[in-house]
Design a protein around this ligand. Sequence first.
Ligand code: HXC
Length: 557
Amino acid sequence: MSKFRVRTENSVAELSWARLFHSESARHLIATESKPDAPVESGSTSKLDQLVARRKIANLGGGEERIESQHKRGKMTAHERMLALFDKGSFTELDTFVSHRSTDIGLDKQRFEGDSVVTGYGTINGRIVFAYAQDFTVLGGSLSLVAGLKISKVMDHAMRTGAPIIGINDSGGARIQEGIDSLAGYGEIFKRNTLASGVVPQITIIAGPAAGGAVYSPALTDFIYMVEGIGQMYITGPDVVKSVTGEEVSHEDLGGAAMHASRSGVAHFTAESEDACFTHVRALLSFLPSNNAESAPSIESTDSPDRSDTELRNVVPDAANQPYDVMDVITKVVDNGEFLPVHHNFAPNVVVGFGRLDGRSIGVVANQANQMAGMLDIDASDKAARFVRFCDAFNIPLVTFVDVPGFMPGTHQEYGGIIRHGAKLLYAYVEATVPKMAVILRKAYGGAYIVMSSKELRSDLNLAWPGSEIAVMGPEGAVNVISRRDIAEADDPVAKRAELTADYRDRFANPYVAANRGYIDNIIDPAQTRPELVKALRMLESKVDSIPPKKHGNIPL
Ligand code: HXC
């Protein structure tokens, strides 16, 4: 059907409008669809045609050539991303016809309906979610003031309705031609990211460049996904790095998915494709409430709450220093063995992630014995602390599996501030008011024992396996400190050390001293871990707890 007809007054107006949007797609429509001999139609039909035409142009973003170029780069368009992310047929776009009003540096000739971002809402697994997707085909997805305001509008909706917000980033940053207006657009977004923190879940997907100050909106959100090969984040690109520091580094090594997911910890997840990313985001959301006033989602569990697992008796080796994979413990305990690790490649000496117990979402924190013996270091402390705070903010009960020989020693850690980083984890556990349960699997030594959700940090129910050692430090270390002189003066120092170590182990390196004093609530057969935790979770269902009223605490950042 013809969209533009040059003979009527209306169609003259439409043509002028199309010219106003100096986009390739508008020009294309004018060239192919303006037919001078086409019959004249009545006003209302023509208005509907105009709507259809304008919407069509808006949907083309920067135009067909740029869409092709986007596809050639292995990237979906903003609209395609929305359709792939949301439940089929549920995406509703807002602000389709917003465009910038700038005229500087040729912007008056580069005006696109919808500008550089697609915004709206839809459902994911049947629940309302808001989202925005930056449109790289429009001026490189650069953020104009109106793009910032479009994003702000859906963030406001998310806050008022109590729904998660997802941002898909693919942008060259601040729209350089707009200058300070563009920065104001960013400011509006950062403000909302901060105010929404702990109120609604915020998820970022990096599916293109995210450079300069633009990275700080993602950084303020709860979870960052990076799509491998196309997602990059950095404060300054390789050229600036070279000119300032002399370093030569590729885009990927400086700010690619693998780097951020393993070294900087900026990214929580990577995905090999956009489709895989959207599938993962949908899975993540299934564990989360829509806002902080809701309980964690509960589903009908197909796994028996009474299921015991005798294999758990053999997961942890008898020898205190032998490694094992704590994932074997986690997956044997949670419903149907389903566990969604967060920050999987960053600080692997601690495992955090989501699972379900009895159908209810839980957050799991676990020392990973096969990485640095499960010691806590700077990155592990940051990782676990942030996860604990997320779970607490969104009413997700915490289950902590403890096997920790201590904090990582060394100048690297001390100079890096292990003291203040480790304190974050303490702070997070103490402040958390959600149901908290812990199971000590093997070692729980010293300060690290206290940090890992000990009773003293307001944990609700702490259990220990029979082989666990709850002490100030390991027997060998303890004997070296307190019996150094006895050992040195002994006829056979080696035998003496062995004898004293065995004695210390018998006395202190077991769970019975802690159980005797009530520092743990019970010692359990490892096979019964799941049923015991399910019972505890049910018992804690109605838990009410709070922290003293204050403006806010001062977590050691
Ligand atoms: C306006 C921009 C733009 C921007 C890209 N474009 N970035 N237009 N403002 N920031 C335009 C390009 O001119 C080009 O238009 C089109 O988008 C596609 O860009 P290309 O360079 O052709 O694409 P590509 O080669 O893939 O490179 C992508 C890129 C690069 C790496 C993002 O464009 C780039 O380096 N852009 C500038 C990044 C930057 O310095 N941004 C400002 C950061 S400071 P045409 O019409 O020629 O095709 C910042 C401050 C935020 O963001 C502060 C918040 C507080």
